[in-house]
Design a protein around this ligand. Sequence first.
Ligand SMILES: CSCCC(=O)C(=O)COP(=O)(O)O
Ligand SMILES: [Mg+2]
Length: 261
Amino acid sequence: MVVLSVPAEVTVILLDIEGTTTPIAFVKDILFPYIKENVKEYLQTHWEEEECQQDVHLLRKQAEEDAHLDGAVPIPAAPGNGVDDTQQMIQAVVDNVCWQMSLDRKTTALKQLQGHMWRAAFSAGHMKAEFFADVVPAVRKWREAGMKVYIYSSGSVEAQKLLFGHSTEGDILELVDGHFDTKIGHKVESESYRKIANSIGGSTNNILFLTDVTREASAAEEADVHVAVVVRPGNAGLTDDEKTYYSLVTSFSELHLPSST
Ligand SMILES: CSCCC(=O)C(=O)COP(=O)(O)O
Ligand SMILES: [Mg+2]
């Protein structure tokens, strides 16, 4: 078996979700279609609620920032209170969400709404999150060895907790010491990793970040975080240069902690 030695200074393992702990297919074939199929009805049902209005407010602010982008879908400022006005607004939000999702955008506004929508599906038991078989045993082992395990995903913290709380392996939320999402910064920006280290109360070189996306690995590495690129079935291919440059793992069981035999 291939083994990747974890440097002795590492005390924190920071995990990406999609493509690392969880198959991309689960996200693309189950989570995302749920949003596209239900967003209109969700907005119609929850429109008057504070949480929904906050989500729409964030999406509108994001739409303003995106106005210069090709194909961007605007969300007009709130008009009157007529039924037709509301339906038009809801349609604009639906179109904006679908446009963002067609580009797999990772905006905080989109991810916040998605998290709120998945809440109902997970709580009702209509969905269970998939994790690769090696994830839970490895995380348990790391924690027994004294490692802290944190999550950093573009999915909102609320969505992350839903996945870990309602998984095919049961409720595994207790295996995670903390969660980060794009509110701390985007995953392709090195500053985000410095902020995460600060927030955890350590140095960036105490962290090992596991991700499937080399742009994320590169940003983390620029901040002096240790990185390994996770190769899973269904992930995007890597170039030969990337394969040579990065430490690769196909299973968490390939990580060898300094104290482990
Ligand atoms: C954790 S929520 C579901 C996945 C998601 O919406 C997403 O954007 C995943 O991004 P990641 O950073 O985990 O690759
Ligand atoms: Mg990922």
